[in-house]
Write a protein that binds this ligand. Structure first.
Ligand code: 6PG
Length: 510
């Protein structure tokens, strides 16, 4: 390969569902790609798709049989994008690239769902061998193909090289409305609008933000599922009627990708039985770990993200199917109550408001968590920018991300989304039906862990007084853990000899 014109702009490693679609998206945007996968059939598959899609035009994608061949096909300094499962496979690829002769100025971009601390460790570990950069990707298969939401982080020099590429292939938003610009199809990239790709910060920050995105995704999905269960079991509505309800909700403030696909899932008929497919799907939820990581991180930094954690626990309890089947035969709940159609309609209306308010709280928790992590790690995250790139391309894309963008654009020091005047007024207006929906579900014996935890988050956050005074008394009683007094300056610690008869002794501890 002596003629530079024949060399490729980008190397791509890992042609699974995400990798294949990202590669085709890059090709649609005019980049010439050299690709490699350990599974040669995947290389052959993408070459065949390129042939089918490009018509009479020259090949846009070159297949390689080894890491060495991949490097030999690239313009220098090399830009290599990796899309392999998170964890060891990423290190495996990086080490092979070193063996194949990658250089110190070359850039390797990890686009998997990596744990953010692994990205930080990798940047350190590979320093001097090549520049390790990370970019978290959201949007699933279709997003990867026609415009994902991208959360890049790492070396600022590397970012100057990657920026035009990511901006080209990312989803686009109409800046006036904040709504996604629709994809046009293969070979027709959307070139106008605001790109859903922004530099997040030092390495690891992007994957942290994506991790929280997934935590919010878990909460959002669980909230929708709880509304579904109340309608399905409590109100005896058919999947078709629930789908119609979701479609109606999708016209207003709840408009989102997740509501839209929920309606589609509920409308699908099972080919084998002719029943609604949703009734034939086993009620055991899987998880790959990013929601769990979010909940663990929230516990570690001390950020209350209970709705996200409850969504993870809801998946855990769902997977105990055998135990639940056994328990269902032994443990009784309330007797079912017959509702009139007016009462049923009221219950559905309550759920709509409950979903909206709970959703606001789940996002408030996610942004609060990112805020605490940002301060702890010195990342200086820009929340208006983060909300902006979540308006299209990603799984949690929703109309109300425009309002979140606005909230942080109006006040970049906003301590909590709930304190933004718009969101505060929304919850004020809708909370009574939210409370009623949680009460309805509880009285029906239908679990609504995420919805009720969101309400508890709201009520805890707005409480000037919480019972932690008694809790501190308990801790001091059994462990001499000390407490602060309301009538003394913050930080001064006191201890009481609780078991001594007569007036307890208060001591100031150093
Ligand atoms: C996205 C998704 C994506 C993936 C999740 C699914 O933003 O595109 O979040 O990353 O679908 O990892 O996670 P679970 O398998 O844990 O539900």
């Amino acid at each position: 390969m002596t003629d530079d014109k024949q060399l490729c702009d980008i190397g791509f490693i890992g042609l699974g569902v995400m990798g294949k679609n990202l590669t085709l998206n890059l090709a649609d945007n005019g980049y010439r790609i050299a690709c490699f996968d350990l599974d040669q059939t995947k290389v052959d598959g993408i070459l065949a798709q390129d042939t089918a899609e490009r018509g009479n035009k020259a090949a846009r994608i070159i297949g390689c049989r080894s890491y060495t061949e991949l490097l030999s096909r690239l313009k220098a300094p090399h830009l290599i994008i990796v899309s392999v499962p998170a964890g060891e496979p990423v290190d495996h690829v990086c080490n092979h690239l070193i063996d194949a002769g990658i250089g110190a100025d070359d850039i390797v971009v990890d686009t998997g769902n990596s744990l953010w601390t692994d990205s930080v460790a990798r940047e350190q570990h590979f320093k001097g061998k090549f520049i390790f950069f990370s970019t978290a990707v959201s949007g699933g298969e279709v997003g990867a193909r026609f415009g994902p939401s991208l959360m890049p982080s790492g070396d600022p020099y590397a970012w100057t090289r990657i920026k035009p590429v990511w901006e080209a292939i990312s989803a686009k938003v109409d800046p006036a409305t904040g709504k996604p610009l629709p994809a046009k199809g293969p070979g027709q990239p959307v070139t106008d609008g605001e790109p859903c790709a922004t530099y997040i910060g030092p390495v690891g920050a992007g994957h942290y933000v994506k991790m929280v995105h997934n935590g919010i995704e878990y909460a959002d999905m669980q909230l929708i599922c709880e509304a579904y269960q109340v309608m399905r079991q409590g109100l005896a509505m058919s999947p078709k009627d629930i789908a119609a309800t979701f479609r109606q909700w999708n016209q207003g403030v709840l408009n989102s990708y997740l509501i839209e696909i929920s309606a589609e899932v509920l409308e699908k008929q099972d080919r084998e039985t002719g029943k609604p497919l949703v009734d034939m799907i086993m009620d055991k939820a899987g998880q790959k770990g990013t929601g769990l990581w979010t909940a663990v991180s929230a516990l570690q930094v001390g950020s209350p993200a209970q709705t996200i954690a409850q969504a993870v626990f809801a998946r855990s309890i769902s997977s105990l199917k055998k135990e639940r089947v056994h328990a269902a035969s032994m443990l009784k709940g309330p007797e079912p109550v017959e509702l009139s159609s007016a009462e049923k309609q009221q219950a559905v209306d309550n759920l709509q408001d409950a979903l909206y308010c709970s959703k606001i709280c789940a996002y408030a928790q996610g942004f609060q968590l990112m805020d605490m992590a940002s301060k702890e790690h010195g990342w200086k995250l820009d929340f208006a920018e983060i909300a902006k790139i979540w308006r299209a391309g990603c799984i949690i894309r929703a109309v109300f991300l425009q309002s979140i963008t606005q909230a942080y654009a109006n006040n970049d020091e906003l301590a909590n989304l709930l304190l933004d005047p718009f969101f505060a007024s929304q919850i004020q207006a809708f909370q009574s039906k939210w409370r009623q929906a949680v009460a309805d579900a509880t009285l029906m014996g239908i679990p609504c862990a995420a919805m009720s935890s969101a309400l508890n988050y709201y009520d805890s956050y707005r409480s000037e007084i919480l019972p932690a005074n008694l809790l501190q008394g308990q801790r001091d009683y059994f462990g001499a853990h000390t407490f602060e007094r309301v009538d003394m300056p913050e930080g001064r610690k006191f201890h009481v000899e609780w078991s001594q008869p007569g007036q307890p002794q208060v001591q100031i501890k150093k």
